[in-house]
Design a binder for this molecule. Structure first.
Ligand code: F6R
Length: 352
């Protein structure tokens, strides 16, 4: 049942501390500062990683590709429907990773099959044990978020990000006590957001806007895209995610006093450049909501603040996304939408 929540989606947002705990179980090694993934123990270290995924899982893949690149491994995220293994160079060091919650998404399975056909090594990162993606790849890493009933991916996205952050560390033999400690603290950090979030009251202020724009840079860019996707799905309203630096190359024409801009501002990186973007959109009259771990630096420069606790630089996007989920949920709730089963959408997309 919904355990007293009005929707499964809200229940699943609140289940995230537990989902992440399950995802982590046994994997971080606090004494070594390393990550051990049982399913992948003897997997050779890739020299290049290609991700293929759709929708929310694609956003998790963009985040993961960036983490690999930061650790010195070439990595690219492809939309599975656009992935053409025959046209993408593959060599013996390439690992093709299909990221799919359900393990049954037709576009992602097709991408994995073409990768298998050209002789690439393949890995599925999936939430469903024994799914097609798990069976048709060389190896599977399980996300262990538990079953998700809401059509919109929430706890499974958060857990995918955590799983992929661990994957990027394990496959690059990274060792960092700080990284491991911050990973293990994530369930409590997420819990504190769920306990104190002001997303509900902020959603009530901005419900009925013409559009919602999400901006982020670097590691937070994928989460800007995800915040917009979640808002589209749950609210049926116009929402877009942008790399903050791209606004001035066109999208700024859309910005008005009726289009709130939700800005992801991490004090550990990019605050100054994000403040530049914030100044640009405010000059066009747009209200700005900052999702930030550094409220002191932004408070006077924005209209509203959704704060997230401090964490390792690499995990800011994971925490910020929880606020974006709550914001999308409460806007949709205010509009009376069919939140658990949005119109036109299915949980598992088994056609190409
Ligand atoms: C968004 C959503 C979809 C899925 C996409 C891929 O909330 O649920 O965008 O992320 O259809 O599904 P999986 O991960 O099952 O391959």
């Amino acid at each position: 049942g919904k355990s007293g929540y009005e929707h499964y989606t809200l229940k699943e947002i609140h289940e995230q501390p537990r989902a992440v705990r399950q995802c982590l179980r046994g994997r971080p090694q606090p004494f070594e500062g390393s990550i051990s993934i049982e399913e992948l123990e003897d997997v050779p270290r890739p020299t290049e990683v290609q991700f293929a995924a759709c929708g929310t899982s694609y956003h998790a893949s963009l985040y993961a590709a960036r983490l690999f690149r930061e650790r010195g491994v070439r990595a690219t995220a492809f939309l599975a429907s656009e992935y053409d293994a025959a046209a993408v160079p593959i060599d013996e060091g390439t690992l093709v990773v299909g990221v799919t919650q359900s393990g049954e998404t037709a576009d992602t399975l097709r991408a994995l099959r073409t990768a298998n056909a050209v002789g690439a090594r393949t890995l599925a990162v999936t939430n469903v044990v024994g799914s097609s993606a798990a069976r048709e790849t060389d190896r599977a890493m399980y996300v262990r978020a538990g079953p998700e009933i809401g059509v919109a991916a929430t706890k499974t996205f958060t857990s995918q990000q955590v799983a992929l952050a661990m994957l990027s560390s394990a496959l690059t033999d990274d060792r960092s006590g700080e990284f491991v400690a911050a990973l293990r603290a994530l369930p409590d950090r997420i819990q504190s957001i769920l306990d104190d979030s002001r997303a509900r009251e902020i959603a009530a202020e901005y419900v009925g806007s013409d559009a919602y724009f999400f901006v982020g840079r670097g590691l937070a860019h994928p989460v800007a895209l995800e915040g917009a996707l979640k808002t589209k799905e749950l609210t049926y309203e116009h929402a877009e995610g942008f790399a903050a630096g791209e606004l001035k190359h066109g999208p700024l024409a859309l910005v008005t006093p009726e289009t709130p801009v939700i800005a992801l501002v991490s004090g550990r990186a990019n605050t100054e450049r994000m403040l530049g973007t914030i100044t640009e959109v405010r000059a066009r009259g747009a209200p700005v909501v900052a999702v930030t771990d550094d409220p002191e630096s932004v408070e006077r420069r924005v209209d509203r603040v959704l704060r997230v606790p401090e964490t390792h630089r690499r995990f800011f996007p994971i925490l910020a996304n929880v606020q974006l989920q709550l914001l999308a949920y409460w806007v949709a709730n205010g509009l009376g939408r069919s939140i658990d089963k949005p119109r036109n959408l299915a949980k598992s997309v088994t056609v190409e």
